[in-house]
Design a protein. Structure first.
Length: 394
């Protein structure tokens, strides 16, 4: 077996350096505990940026994936598959949506949402200029050229010119600015209920209410990007439930596959019939192995007791985080939290935590935590003890 340094050297020699990677080569794990190639153990407060929703190598999830892989691994979208059918039926029922499109990532799900909103507008109004989508400053919607264009962070709008036109950016929670942005060219409003990459900042209820009121008044599609906030991350299946709204289009990814690549675009009402044969596609969308893993995640989330436990652990996690030295404030909902630090850089804390066996994330200047939904109280305490030691000595 190669040690960590050998793996890192081998990887860097063959892979484009588009990431600022940490010197860690994870090789195995169980739940919220990972193990590197040298046998060192880590408590994971990041879950693959919110992707390993059930933690590492959950036994029921791994068994379902393995069983499906031994049956059929891919069929293409010329044909049907029972596992994908079961997954789609269960997810649309749980989310109270009508139909979904299968993709492979959050960016793909958001691309699909953008296409649906624009095609629906064109089908209904026949106006090629009614294509603008309002998104929010500090938003993040993906890494394709179009979803980068939708992302309301100027530093992402570089290098890859020309960017896709047709987006306006409004400051989150600024109702007057939102009202002013709407004109005859707008067809949709796209938003995250909690801006994850933008600093773990939730929208305010009044602003959400205004989004939906204006959308109704001007016949605009509402698109909620729940790539990071969905799949039980906030203690509810969808973050929308905290705000009492039902968007026309909902995108999910990250934790939905339990660690395998998936993205879905969920639709309600007239938006479910916008895409017709030939207007959109994805080679790997609806992959049976991925759907088998996703079904295991959905089965776990369909247990109300499980979600209640997530909410209880989230409350405990938040209180523990807020009690740490140098933590000025904690933002977010559920197990999607950001800590504003006083007098110490979040990036420095991340590096120190890694050395002591704790995996954390950052978002802007904040320390960000997205632990597996299955994390134990003991693991929370152990991780907090590491952070406390680091922050006390910072």
């Amino acid at each position: 077996m190669n040690n960590s340094n050998e793996i890192i050297e081998q990887y860097n020699a063959a892979v484009i350096g588009s990431y600022g990677r940490l010197n860690l080569a994870l090789e195995s794990g169980s739940g919220a505990a990972g193990v590197d190639a040298d046998g060192k153990q880590y408590i994971d407060f990041g879950s693959g940026i919110g992707t390993n929703s059930l933690g590492y190598a959950d036994s029921a999830w791994a068994d379902a994936v393995s069983k499906q892989a031994h049956k059929v691994q891919h069929i293409s979208n010329y044909y049907y598959n029972s596992t994908a059918a079961q997954f789609a039926t269960k997810l649309t029922a749980m989310t109270e949506t009508d139909k979904l499109f299968f993709g492979n990532s959050g960016a793909e799900a958001n691309e699909c949402a953008i296409k649906i909103a624009r095609k629906r507008s064109f089908d209904k109004y026949g106006d090629r200029n009614r294509t603008t989508i309002i998104t929010l400053v500090n938003s993040f919607h993906g890494r394709t050229v179009t979803t980068l264009s939708a992302t309301g962070q100027e530093h992402f709008h570089n290098y890859f010119f020309p960017f896709t036109p047709g987006f306006k950016y409004v400051e989150a929670n600024n109702i007057p600015a939102l009202r002013e942005a709407i004109d005859d060219t707008v067809c949709a409003i796209m938003f995250e209920f909690i801006q994850g990459e933008g600093g773990v900042i939730p929208l305010e209820q009044d602003f959400v209410n205004e989004i939906f009121a204006l959308a109704k008044q001007h016949d605009l599609a509402t698109i909620s990007d729940e790539v990071q906030t969905g799949v039980g991350r906030t203690g509810k299946l969808l973050a929308a439930e905290h705000f009492g709204v039902k968007p026309d289009i909902v995108t999910l990814a990250k934790g939905l596959g339990g660690g395998l690549p998936i993205g879905v675009c969920l639709t309600r009402g007239e938006y479910a019939s916008v895409l017709t044969p030939g207007t959109h596609g994805s080679t790997f969308g609806g992959n049976p192995v991925v759907c088998a893993g996703g079904l295991t995640v959905l089965n776990r989330l369909s247990d109300e007791a499980f979600l209640q436990e997530v909410a209880a652990k989230a409350d405990y996690f938040r209180r523990s985080l807020a009690a740490l030295p140098r933590v000025k404030s904690v933002s977010g909902i559920g197990l999607m939290l950001g800590a504003e630090l006083d007098g110490v850089a979040a990036a420095d804390v991340l590096q120190a935590a890694l050395e002591k066996g704790l995996l954390v994330l950052t978002a802007k200047t904040k320390l960000r935590c997205l632990p597996p939904l299955t994390i134990t109280y003991e693991q929370i305490d152990a991780g907090m003890a590491i952070l406390k030691e680091i922050l006390e000595n910072a």
